[in-house]
Design a protein around this ligand. Structure first.
Ligand code: 16G
Ligand code: MG
Length: 808
């Protein structure tokens, strides 16, 4: 199974804030102890400024400096509270500092190891060789008076010893006053270790836990550090469970599909199921557990929560009794003791490994808050992370063939996927009528059947024959955020590139193919990834051809047609390469992912179902919501319009369709318009499927894009009309020369592809569009130099007869 995790904490996300608050609670305690000792104090103000004490080292961190700079802007050097005043909201302060805190701990860990080794080196060369036996290290321990101890060097790799070192570095830096490694903890904590008194320490709240963090075990170091983490863990559970008291008289049982009930009563249940999911993930490590918040077909005011095992199936029934117990535990203490008992019985080791729980929900309004509760539950188990997959996917089937087929797949092979299908065509909707990928992409609005109730939900639209797909989500009211073919291309390109970076042998030629319709921001993004971006003429067959020139060629039109092509040679190279790699290594996984993608995606032609599956897989791999994906880049505003013309073939473009060659002079006029707008770009091309000339325009604002599109459309109209006028004019000229040959009110024309035959038609035909189309073709080929001395129409004779007989 593909899984890696990119968790981006969002400040706006209440859950991450909660986690931050929790980690800051520790900081506040330190504050309590150190107010008097702190040499620099910093204060934050919101409505009522609060005092915080932060390490001086924060001063060198850019994010903290940003806060300070805001402070200085507002208060200058005259800080009214007598300390440093930071006028940001407290939340922001907490977010910034707790991130620094985390970073600092990581850095301290690395530095300590390095520092300790340096000291060790120094000690061996000078004083300490004689003082400490080989393989041992001299350390000075104690708060004020320091006493010398000798410990095995192997301690350096033990987490609990590292915690001591970290504290040491914090206080003493590298300037260890005793000339050796100095550990400033109370001596008895240091000694305590040998007897491992802490093993028997009863949980007495976080103070004990805090002290235990600087406990060193000389015997059974590993067990002790585990024990310590375990106790820290329990303190964290007690804290978070306080947030979710059990509603009175709630009695729940894990039924056929998890817990269900009135949504307003479920927060504590979902939080507890979050904990259970983390424990399950640790128990089955390495594994990913799914937690789904839904009450399926039940009424909207209900909700529910169920857990799925790594197989995708339901939670093992052996765990159901535990689920019942914790869901009904009457107090945080009771809850924690049940968990403690269960963890011991199941021999789950906490803090040793990493657990991962994927969260998802349906569109019920209560889902969002419940998802937050689940997230807190999951992350209150140490080492476990929650990946928010957002809401399940909703598919707009365009009342075409795709919805039907997807439905069959979901009932068959893909029963684990949670996809709701709308616009299946079964309920009377009309094919492609205000639904489907083309509608959504061109109009930039939600299809029928989607609206305010779907805000934030991940949605996808197929077109009627399911060879295109675009994603979108309703952002507010009627507005949508569109993730078009360009965004899909960018997601795929990023994913493939990431795998190739792991292999990093530079031998794969990866290329991406776009058309002139690709949003300029997407092309910039792809170029930024260092990719070879190639342009092709509109139409799948043209893109496909170009993509096939690469080892891995990814192509997408903005309208959602596209796929990924792998050359046969490259796939066999990957398969061979994998044989020499050790299973589970990064390279092995990267190769396996690429091979899997080559099998999943439909390489024959773009196909919406395989495209959807790959998008879903990549999003899960990244741990991204549709919103996060949308942030890859921001589309430049664009506008497409179509201009009805008598003959679209009068517009001729270069191969890549970026420039118009005919009507003569039109490109210069378009360029003149483009120059008026910031980031302006526009082109015209005759449609290959309707009798129109299409205009595409983009610019830095929507207003500009609209106005550029309008003026280019105007140019198309007048240039194409002018072309027509010219041909009419010349026809009249010829006509005047030929009057003798044709009766009054009639016109002589010469018709035919090679041999030309003479016809006489009423002059009134000149004003008929279909006749004008014929004339325009005539003008194109013969200009004003009609070889027969009359008007020459070079179409097949029967076409001429056809057209004129309709006119009659
Ligand atoms: C067709 C093409 C599509 C192209 C579109 C352009 C296939 C399978 N489909 O739908 O690739 O983008 O036509 O239409 O080739 P247009 O020429 O009318 O703008
Ligand atoms: Mg189609």
């Amino acid at each position: 199974m593909i899984h890696s995790f990119y968790h981006q904490p969002k400040a706006s996300n209440p859950i991450t804030l909660m986690a931050l608050v929790r980690s800051l609670l520790g900081a506040k305690k330190i504050l309590g102890r150190s107010v008097t000792a702190a040499s620099t104090s910093k204060r934050t103000t919101s409505a009522a400024p609060k005092g915080y004490v932060v390490p001086i080292s924060y001063l060198s961190q850019p994010s903290f400096q940003a806060l300070l700079s805001k402070s200085e802007e507002e208060f200058g050097f005259d800080h009214p509270m007598g300390g440093l005043t930071i006028p940001c909201s407290e939340d922001i302060f907490i977010t910034v500092t707790s991130r620094l805190q985390k970073k600092k701990l990581e850095m301290a860990f690395v530095r300590n190891l390095l520092g300790a080794k340096k000291i060790l080196g120094a000690a061996t060369s000078k004083r300490a060789t004689s003082a400490a036996p080989k393989g041992f290290l001299a350390v000075y321990v104690g708060e004020s008076q320091k006493k010398r101890y000798v410990v095995p060097i192997s301690y350096l790799s033990q987490p609990s010893f590292q915690a001591l070192l970290s504290k040491s570095e914090e206080e003493f830096g590298f300037d260890h006053p005793m000339g050796g490694l100095t550990i400033p903890c109370p001596e008895d904590i240091f000694i305590n270790s040998s007897s491992c008194a802490a093993t028997n320490a009863n949980l007495q709240g976080s103070e004990t836990v805090c002290n235990l963090q600087v406990c060193l075990c000389s015997k059974g170091l590993k067990e002790e550090s585990q024990k310590k983490r375990y106790l820290t863990q329990i303190a964290s559970l007690l804290k978070s469970s306080d947030l979710f008291p059990l509603p009175q008289s709630l009695k729940l049982s894990y039924g056929t599909a998890g817990f269900r009930g009135d949504a307003t009563l479920l927060a504590s249940t979902v939080y507890r199921v979050g904990i259970l999911s983390s424990l399950r993930s640790l128990k089955l490590k390495p594994s990913t557990i799914g937690l789904m918040i839904t009450a399926s077909h039940n009424k909207v005011s209900d909700n529910g929560v169920k857990v799925s095992d790594p197989s995708g199936g339901m939670l093992s029934q052996e765990w159901e009794p535990f689920a019942d117990q914790i869901a009904n535990a009457s107090s945080p203490q009771k809850l924690v003791s049940l968990i403690k008992e269960f963890v011991e019985r199941e021999e789950i080791s906490i803090g040793d490994g990493e657990g991962e729980v994927w969260l998802a929900r349906d569109t019920r309004p209560s889902g969002e808050a419940l998802l937050r509760a689940a997230e807190i539950g999951v992350s209150s188990v140490s080492g476990c992370v929650a990946v928010d997959l957002g809401v399940k996917l909703v598919l707009d089937g365009a009342n075409g063939v795709g919805g039907e087929k997807m439905d069959e797949l979901l009932r068959g092979y893909l029963s684990n996927l949670d996809i709701e299908i709308r616009n299946t065509g079964r309920d009377g909707g009309v094919l492609n009528e205000s639904v489907g990928a083309d509608f959504v992409q061109k109009e930039n609005v939600a299809p029928l059947g989607f609206g305010v109730n779907d805000v934030g939900v991940r949605c996808v639209s197929f077109d009627g024959d399911a060879d295109r797909l675009v994603y979108f989500y309703v952002s507010s009211g009627e507005k949508i955020e569109l993730l078009d073919g360009d965004k899909i291309l960018s997601l795929f390109a990023l994913f493939v590139k990431e795998q190739l970076n792991v292999l990093d042998n530079g031998c794969c030629r990866l290329g991406v193919v776009q058309t002139a319709y690709a949003n300029g921001a997407s092309t910039d993004y792809l170029n930024g990834l260092g990719l070879d971006v190639v342009f092709a003429k509109t139409g799948v067959k043209h893109l496909h051809e170009k993509a096939a020139e690469f080892d891995v060629g990814i192509y997408f039109e903005a309208n959602g047609h596209g796929t990924i092509l792998f050359s046969e040679d490259y796939v066999s190279l990957l398969v061979d390469k994998r044989k020499g790699l050790s299973e589970g290594s990064d390279e092995y996984n990267a190769v396996s992912r690429l091979v899997a993608v080559s099998k999943l995606i439909n390489q024959a032609v773009g196909d919406a179902i395989s495209g959807l599956l790959l998008v879903e897989v990549v999003l899960r791999h990244m741990g991204w919501s549709v919103q996060k994906w949308n942030e890859l880049y921001k589309d430049l505003p664009s506008r497409q319009v179509k201009v009805e013309v008598p003959d679209r073939t009068a517009a001729v473009t270069t191969r890549e369709e970026t420039e118009a060659l005919r009507p003569l002079g039109i490109q210069d006029a378009i360029n003149g318009e483009i120059r008026k707008y910031k980031r302006g770009r526009a082109f015209i091309r005759p449609s290959g499927t309707e009798d129109v000339v299409r205009v595409y325009a983009e610019a830095s604002t929507q207003e500009d894009a609209d106005s550029l599109a309008d003026s280019v459309a105007q140019l198309v109209k007048s240039f194409l009309e002018m072309a027509l006028m010219r041909s009419l004019f010349s026809a009249k000229k010829i006509f005047s020369r030929a009057t003798s040959a044709a009766p009054k009110g009639f016109l002589a024309v010469y018709v035919g592809e090679s041999q030309k035959k003479r016809y006489v038609v009423p002059i009134s035909y000149l004003s008929q569009p279909s006749f004008q189309a014929l004339l325009s073709k005539s003008e194109e080929e013969f200009g004003f130099n009609h070889p027969m001395g009359g008007l020459t129409i070079p179409c097949p004779e029967d076409t001429f007869i056809n057209v004129t007989s309709q006119l009659q």
